[in-house]
Design a protein around this ligand. Structure first.
Ligand SMILES: [Mn+2]
Length: 328
């Protein structure tokens, strides 16, 4: 638990969750498998306690998350009687990460593991050492007294798998994580099946786009900064985008000698979405913050509202500075 938290502990979180009846659970914008893994699991857990639960997003469910939302359906329309619902925001800590239509709602609870937090929720539980939000949700199984069944275990397993580079190998993978994974598998989560759902559903279009972006790799600072772009034209011609982006951010750090890895992706509104990865020496969240972003120390994102060429020039220059600067 971080200092930003407003609850005493997880038992307190469980106490609060038991005290109310209607929950609107919300993952962050551009939801990923940790966002859906953790929110679907939490929704299933609260439903088991007899609560009325809705899982809301204003965006279509990404291909990689569809199997998760088969365990708990997502609604794309907000329910009426706003004041009768307790809104729980999961896997994000800034108001701008909440889906637009709920930003005017009062956020009752925020459960997260990101470094930046806008402190806008009434009850906050943040643990930045947790490898995934799904791990935070898993910690509620015992305090809530729910039965860990296969759907809940599968959602949690998937969230943790995704946020640990699909292999339980990030710096936050500690003993607690592996013990939790053991428990989830014991409760019916099937690693081979979930990996197939999560990592072996890429469209041919996205796979080819991935190859195209690899062919266009550039470097700076003797290969210490590695970057590539997915332009609108490339994505329109190939008919893909999001999954290629995920594959690139996942795999670019495999290049020897690289320190910072950047993927620039042109969004449909013309802005440039940036994914930053670090091999573990340089913090990229601080860098992302300078450009309206944030995230984790070694995995962060940002958004530019300038044309692609300018975004590349600006961010690569900023990365060069960071690589050159003496580290504390
Ligand atoms: Mn996460």
């Amino acid at each position: 638990m971080d200092a930003v938290s407003t609850v005493r502990d997880l038992a307190h979180v469980a106490e609060l969750l038991k005290a109310h009846d209607r929950y609107l659970i919300v993952p962050h914008v551009a939801p990923d498998p940790d966002a859906y893994g953790s929110t679907c699991a939490l929704a299933l857990m609260l439903r088991q306690l007899g609560k009325t639960v809705m899982l809301y997003s204003d965006e279509p469910v990404p291909v990689t998350c569809v199997f998760l939302t088969e365990w708990f359906p997502v609604v794309h329309e907000l329910p009426p009687d706003q004041e009768t619902w307790k809104l729980i925001f999961v896997d994000g800590g800034e108001l701008t990460r909440e889906p637009g239509p709920v930003r005017t709602w009062r956020t009752w609870m925020n459960l997260d593991h990101h470094l930046d937090n806008g402190r806008f929720a009434e009850w906050i539980y943040v643990d930045t050492r947790a490898a995934a939000s799904a791990l935070v949700i898993a910690r509620l199984i015992d305090p809530l007294g729910i039965t860990l069944d296969e759907p809940i275990a599968s959602c949690l397993f998937t969230g943790i798998l995704f946020d640990t580079r699909n292999a339980f190998i990030t710096d936050k993978c500690d003993q607690e994580l592996f013990e939790t994974i053991g428990r989830l598998v014991g409760a019916g989560a099937r690693p081979d099946h979930l990996n197939r759902q999560l990592n072996e559903q890429m469209t041919m279009a996205d796979f080819k786009l991935y190859g195209e972006a690899l062919a266009g790799l550039s470097t700076a600072m003797d290969g210490k900064v590695v970057y590539t772009t997915l332009t609108r034209a490339m994505m329109d011609a190939a008919g893909g985008g999001d999954q290629a982006m995920e594959m690139l951010t996942l795999n670019l750090p495999k290049i020897a000698g690289g320190e910072i890895f950047i993927l620039f992706k042109e969004a449909s509104d013309g802005s440039v979405k940036v994914s930053l990865r670090s091999k573990g020496r340089l913090a990229v969240n601080e860098l992302a913050k300078r450009f309206n972003g944030g995230g984790h120390k070694f995995a962060a994102g940002a958004r530019f509202t300038v044309p692609m060429a300018e975004a590349v020039k600006t961010l690569v220059a900023a990365c060069e500075e960071v690589v050159a600067a003496p580290q504390p």
